[in-house]
Structure formats: C-alpha cells, structure tokens
Design a protein around this ligand. Structure first.
Ligand code: ADP
Ligand code: MG
Length: 375
C-alpha cells in the first residue's frame, strides 16, 4: 500500500480523493464538521503541491446532497461544487480546475453504480483524474465502486487519515500480553465476527452491554424483557474460559430500577446496564494490562443508564497500558465525558473499525494493496 507522502510535485496532475464527508446535518447545515476536518491534512498536502483535486464522498442517504458540506468546506480550502457525480457537468468542472484548486462532486450514491460496485461507473470516475487517494477509512469496509474498483484504474495511495487508522488499530490485532478486550453495545450480529476473532488473541474478553444478555441467555439464565438477539450465535462462545461476563446488572421493571445478580433476573426485568461493581471488578485486569481494546457502551445510555459505561470509561482512561477505543456510540460517550485525549488511540471509523479488527484488513485496504497501476 503506497502512502500519499510518496507524492512530490503535482502541478497539472488531477487527483481523485475519496473522502468520508458523510457528516450529520441539522436544519440543512453541518452539525459536526469532524469528518470534514479529518480529510484536510490530505487535501492541504495535495493542493500545496499544485494538484487539481476532485473530491468524492457518499452520504448515507442515497438522495442526500453534499451542498451543506460544500458550504463548510469552502471556508477551509479553495473548492467549487458540481451537482453531478460522473456526468458531463462533472467532467466540465474537473477540466476547469487550475493547479491548487479542488472540486467537490455530488453524493456518489446518487449514481446506482456506487453501491453496486459497477465497473463502468468506476471507470467514469477514473476518467476525472490521474491518481487516486483513499482517505475514507470509515467507508473502506464497503465493496463500493469508489472504494474497491476505482483503484483498478488509477495509481493509488492511502491518505493521512486512512494511514492513521491503520497504524492506530493494527496493534489491537496482535495485543501484547497481558491483554483485555471489552466489547459492549447491542446487536450481536454486528459483533459476533469481532468476538470470535478477538478470543484467540486476547487473554481475557469482557462482554457487556446488551451483548451480555445474549450470553446470559446462552448460559440458560432468565433474561426477562431484555434486548437479546434471538440467535444462538453466543452459544459456542459463552463457555469459553477467557470470556468474562458481568455478575451484577441494573434492571428495570414495573417497580423501577434495581441491581441484581445475573442469576436473579426475572421475567419482568429488563437488563439495561452493567452494575458499576461488576465494572470495578475488572480494575485489576485493567490496571495490569499491557493492551486494552474497548468497543461498545455497557448500557442503554440514551435512556440514562450511563453508570456502567462511565465507570468503565474512567478506568480505561486511567489505564497505564496501551488503550485502543472506538465505535460510533462509544466515541460519543467519551467525547461527552471529555476523555477523548486519554486513550492511546481513538478510532473514528465505526463499522469499518469493527470489520478491520475482525478480519485484519478491509476491502478498501486490499484494493490499495492490489492496485498495480504505476504512475
Ligand atoms: P458502538 O457504536 O460504540 O460500536 P453499538 O452500536 O454496538 O456501539 O451499541 C450502542 C447501543 O447499544 C446503544 O444504542 C445502547 O443503548 C445499546 N445498549 C447497550 N447496552 C444495552 C442494553 N443493556 N439494553 C439495550 N440497549 C443497550
Ligand atoms: Mg453504534
């Protein structure tokens, strides 16, 4: 995989940058510019070398417009916007670029070819540029045209933010012992591949959040009205001696909130958090671990069940070993507690992080590695 840093003078060279500008919007404006800011290093580097930069990004809403992103981006770099993806208007705008100028294309998903990974669409995008830079690690778990097929047509490089994620997450694939992985959150189906991959690599794996309820069910405990996946996916993992389950949980029932042991949960209870005492019992492992990986809240924090996650976040923030943390909801939570700077690495890649940790690579990484076209 080649790095953007290998690029020298780019005067007259057209560079397609795949960015992740899928930002949250509110009332038609950018609500959080973090994703825009994350790609500025790569954009600034290319523009300073005289490149003519064509920026492509998706919005998760396939009909959504990148116009609000343009309004924010134009305050930071010299950029124009075209309400077209790969058609004649996009070509005309790309051809009009001068050295050191950028062009933002419309939402790539407005073309059906993007999500279908259509080869012809990738070729049309490729004709807008001479080089390709992927700085969209958070989208690189997708088999989409601008991620996996575009590098087949152009000499391809990884951008700065992309490389930061790879570098930050890679140590979690081979953790130094003693090691502890802590996985919470909901929807076992989104985490089962991760849990299965982590188990042989980590000395201990603590399961919290709604995932713990799946494990309780797998062990034959009553889980009442708790959120469980209803699959049997946890069954084979639940008896693994490396798995640590919480012994005390916070439940809600008609009488209010209560703390119970795992075995005492009744039919009327809904498990909504891990009891702080059960998180505290991890303290010796957290304090002695050389490597800690944490993803996923311990409880339903949106409804105020924040104690388990808060206790855990502070313990991990104080841990002396290497701490790698990530996940969309996990990130929101640690930002809220102002703990962001207290971990060795905080991933902003969400689902792509989970896939990278589960498989050790991503389709977008493989595409860069396999891109054999040389400039
Ligand atoms: P991340 O985005 O950090 O990877 P997930 O998306 O997997 O995390 O999980 C976050 C969600 O899990 C939150 O919506 C939270 O409310 C939910 N959650 C965690 N524990 C529970 C629980 N015991 N019951 C219901 N929802 C839970
Ligand atoms: Mg989430």
């Amino acid at each position: 995989m080649r790095s953007i840093e290998e690029l020298g003078n780019l005067k007259g060279v057209r560079v397609f940058v795949r960015a992740d500008l899928n930002v949250p919007l509110q009332d038609g404006a950018v609500a959080d510019p973090s994703r825009i800011d994350a790609v500025l290093d790569s954009l600034g580097f290319l523009l300073a070398r005289g490149a003519r930069v064509v920026i492509g990004s998706h919005m998760s809403d396939a009909l959504g417009s990148l116009a609000p992103v343009f309004a924010s981006l134009r305050q930071k770099i010299p950029v124009s916007f075209v309400d077209d993806v790969a058609g004649p208007a996009a070509h005309a705008a790309a051809n009009a670029l001068k050295d050191g100028q950028a062009l933002l294309l419309q939402n790539l998903r407005r073309n059906k070819g993007e999500e279908k990974n259509d080869w012809q669409f990738a070729k049309e995008l490729a004709s807008l540029a001479d080089l390709y830079v992927n700085d969209a690690f958070p989208a690189s778990h997708r088999m989409h045209a601008s991620i996996v097929s575009l590098p087949e047509f152009l000499p391809s490089y990884a951008g700065f933010r992309f490389l930061t994620e790879v570098k930050g997450l890679t140590p979690a694939l081979a953790p130094e012992s003693p090691s502890l992985a802590i996985i919470g959150g909901a929807k076992l189906v989104t985490k089962i591949a991760l849990l299965t991959a982590l188990l042989p690599k980590y000395d201990h794996l603590f399961v919290g959040g709604a995932l713990a309820s799946d494990f309780f069910a797998a062990k034959g405990y009553e889980t009442g009205r708790s959120l469980v996946s209803g699959t049997k996916d946890a069954t084979s993992l639940a008896s693994d001696p490396k798995i640590i389950l919480p012994q005390r949980v916070i439940v809600e029932n008609a009488a209010g909130r209560d703390e119970k042991t795992d075995a005492d949960v009744g039919k009327a209870d809904s498990i909504l958090d891990i009891a702080p005492s059960s998180i505290e019992s991890l303290r010796p492992l957290i304090e002695s671990a050389h490597s800690i990986l944490w993803n996923g809240p311990m409880g339903n924090f949106e409804r105020g069940f924040v104690e388990g996650t808060g206790t855990l976040a502070r313990l991990v923030a104080d841990a002396p070993g290497r701490t790698i943390v990530g996940g969309g909801d996990t990130l929101d939570f640690i930002n809220h507690l102002n703990l962001r700077g207290r971990f060795t690495f905080v991933s902003t890649a969400g689902g792509a992080m989970l896939d990278f940790l589960a498989h050790g690579t991503l389709p977008g990484i493989r595409a860069l590695e396999d891109s054999t076209i040389r400039s």
